[in-house]
Design a protein around this ligand. Structure first.
Ligand code: SF4
Length: 725
């Protein structure tokens, strides 16, 4: 059944996909679907919201299609004796889950059950999931796919500033800057409405893009609008160290700011001494004079030197590395040296990718955190959260395994033997994915909660159909730390239920007396209390307050937003953080010296080419949703390999032929596309598909020692034509 609600008033909500959270209005009982398909459940129209200013990308425009895809999950499924998935009642499915969980706990202990969450879940669901893991399952083993997304930037931001909010300033601030330095990010494809915020810098010739590909974003810097630096993959760190070397050598640092607001500058100065531009050029391939010119242009934009302001922004290209935390730290050091951070009109930020990548990391579905972005091993945090949950702090488990280690230990002695997956398709999105498939197959119980039968869901023992964006109420937190409302426009189809209900049912059936409310507004109030006093303090917020603020023209409120004492005016939220001081114990930003180490899986004789991965405009993450949208699938229906004509000629791979790309982990095959937008030493593959061309089957699962972020972005491969049969 795909029944929808009777037509009701249009609802203001946000796109289901990326962290830009573009504003939309949904009108129920929508227009006829394209190509004579059944009417879509809602009609999508863009609306004015600060991040999109009335724009949507192709993914957003077509998002209603995902609500009514033919294979939408509408009833619980369990694997039968014949090996197939069979529809059952919720009672039957939940009873089965409970009995199997109990059996696994009896044999392997409480840590034998694990949860893998998602950065697309609402704040309320992310919170409930963390609470369920710690109070009902009482397992330490919960982590989520945000580990693959922003964990290096989060680790570096927390270390430097004492807090991690992707952009600690409103996105609209970018428009006033002279320079935006964008490292490892391609928003022109991943979040196209973002590009309008670069117009100011482009108009002043100040868009600087660092990317081994001449991406759609890099091309925005053409024609005098900026500069594209195209380093050897895996050497972004060297670019940053060289830029800071020039800042030091030419006396461009903001010494007053450094003295007043930071610690560690002298050590950082020593750490960049060896990275003069001519030496850096030999490693990163960017001419020394370009490095000097870039550093001078960036410094001239700094307020201390009379400029209008400058921003340094990082994305997955530099963060998804075994030296990701160190590389982001180098970007932060550069920003601090120029006095950009905590100053209106300038700053450092990370462009979070997933829809609730920001909120998803604040409420307790990370292995080492409790709600309010608190550390799970902090006794005061444990006591506070335990009080809100009504449990003994001693019963809250300590830190569990981070994502890659968790997936790698499934079904092994001492590892988890039962896994709940919520809103994640790890068979396509995790690195070294064939190994993940082996580990999932070794489980005694795999439960997948999703809206469509993703590749991961198709391996499950139990599949539970859950609600999605236009079918539910809740909140999300945009890449700017702006807490916004998600609103329901249609009823969920068939038997699909909210995860809030599902977790409450499981808690009850597992004999827990911990309360799990199912009303999202009530869950939010509890989340807000749990966050009180934490870094990400939501205690002054509620669904009702967000609704009233939006009606009054405030589209969302920024955390931290603490509750004020009775009688005091409500806290207005914090659009710009760190203006007075940083969230560190002494209020100063920590500068930490770092150095270049290079990729873990570096090029060598038998694997002489770099592989880099990324996204295309039409598809989102593992493609589980967008591959089901015909208008998007038609444009980019299959994976491909971009390679430079010189590499094609050298390896005998013709344009349009099938090419085999082999790493230390295995081989994938796809169609070759010759292009001069990649370096002759590099191939590029988008990662949205399963099957023979699923690139994460061959990416590296080496991890950053601090953030546990896997090294998706670069590995060594060989490239060869696929023999004709
Ligand atoms: Fe906006 Fe991102 Fe949705 Fe595109 S996918 S419409 S950029 S929120």
């Amino acid at each position: 059944s795909t029944t929808v609600a009777a037509p009701a008033a249009p609802q203001k909500t946000h796109c289901p996909y990326c962290a830009l959270q573009c504003g939309m209005e949904l009108t129920p009982a929508g227009t006829p679907g394209p190509d004579g398909r059944a009417p879509l459940p809602v009609t999508v129209a863009p609306r004015d919201f600060p991040t999109n200013a009335g724009g949507l990308c192709q993914k957003g425009w077509t998002s209603a299609t995902v609500l009514g895809v033919p294979d939408r999950l509408t009833t619980p499924l369990v694997r039968g004796a014949d090996g197939g998935l069979t529809a059952v009642t919720w009672d039957a499915a939940l009873d089965l889950v409970v009995s199997r969980v109990r059996a696994v706990q009896a044999e392997h202990g409480r840590h034998g059950v694990a949860i893998f969450g998602g950065g697309g879940l609402t704040n309320e669901k992310a919170y409930a999931l963390g609470k369920f893991a710690r109070t009902v399952l009482r397992t330490p083993n919960i982590d989520y796919n945000g580990r693959f997304c922003m964990s290096s930037a989060a680790a570096a931001g927390n270390r430097a500033f004492g807090a991690d909010r992707g952009l600690p300033f409103p996105l609209t601030d970018l428009g006033g800057a002279d320079v935006v330095l964008l490292l490892g990010s391609n928003p022109a494809e991943t979040m196209p409405p973002f590009v309008q915020h670069l117009a100011g810098a482009r108009g002043r010739g100040g868009l600087m893009v660092v990317d081994p590909r001449r991406s759609a974003t890099a091309r925005l810097a053409d024609d005098g609008q900026g500069v594209h630096l195209q380093p050897v993959p895996g050497t972004d760190m060297v670019v940053l160290l060289a830029l800071l070397h020039v800042v030091v050598a030419e006396g461009l640092a903001d010494r007053d700011y450094l003295a007043a607001r930071t610690t560690g500058w002298d050590d950082v100065v020593r750490s960049v001494a060896a990275w003069w531009p001519e030496r850096a050029e030999t490693v990163c391939g960017i001419p020394a004079e370009e490095l000097r010119a870039t550093a001078r242009r960036l410094a001239a934009a700094a307020p201390a030197r009379g400029g209008r302001g400058a921003y340094v922004l990082t994305g997955r290209g530099v963060e998804q590395s075994a030296q990701g935390t160190a590389t982001v730290t180098a970007a932060i050091n550069l920003s601090l040296a120029l006095g950009l951070v905590g100053r209106e009109g300038s700053g450092y930020g990370c462009l979070t990718g997933q829809g609730n990548g920001q909120g998803g990391r604040e409420h307790g579905q990370k292995n080492d955190q409790l709600p309010g972005y608190r550390k799970i091993d902090d006794p005061a945090a444990r006591a506070h959260v335990a009080g809100v949950w009504g449990v003994d702090p001693a019963t809250i488990p300590g830190p569990g395994l981070p994502a890659v280690a968790l997936l790698g230990s499934l079904g092994t002695p001492g590892g988890p033997h039962a896994l709940f997956v919520h809103g994640s398709n790890v068979l396509v999105s995790a690195p070294n994915a064939d190994r993940v498939r082996e580990r999932l197959a070794a489980l005694e119980l795999l439960v997948v909660c999703d809206v469509v039968p993703s590749e991961t869901a198709r391996m499950a023992d139990v599949v539970l159909p859950v609600t999605q964006w236009a079918e539910e109420e809740g909140t999300m937190t945009s890449l700017e730390g702006r807490v916004i409302r998600r609103r329901q426009a249609v009823d969920p189809p068939g038997e699909a239920r909210s995860e809030l209900w599902l977790l409450a049912e499981l808690a009850r059936r597992l004999g827990s007396d911990v309360a799990f409310p199912t009303d999202p507004a009530v869950v939010f109030d509890e989340l807000a209390r749990a966050s009180a006093g934490g870094v990400a303090d939501y205690s002054g917020l509620s669904h009702a307050r967000l609704d009233v603020a939006e009606e009054a023209g405030a589209p969302g409120l920024f955390w931290p937003c603490p509750a004020e004492p009775p009688g005091e005016p409500a806290h207005p939220g914090t659009p710009r953080m760190f203006l007075e001081e940083f969230a560190t114990p002494d209020g100063r930003a920590r500068m930490v010296p770092v150095d270049h180490a290079g990729p873990t899986d570096d090029v060598r004789d038998d694997a002489p080419t770099y592989l880099v991965t990324g996204r295309v405009l039409q598809h989102y993450q593992s493609g589980a949703q967008t591959r089901r949208v015909p208008e998007l699938d038609r444009i980019v229906p299959e994976p491909y390999v971009e390679l430079h004509p010189q590499l094609g000629l050298r390896t005998g791979v013709a344009d349009g032929a099938r090419v085999r790309v082999t790493s230390a982990r295995g081989a994938v095959e796809a169609v070759a596309r010759w292009t001069d937008t990649v370096r002759p030493d590099t191939v590029f593959m988008p990662f949205h598909w399963s099957g023979a061309g699923s690139v994460n089957r061959i990416t590296s699962d080496a991890v950053d020692p601090i953030s546990s972020m896997p090294e998706f972005k670069v590995c060594a491969v060989s490239v060869a034509p696929v023999p004709q049969m």
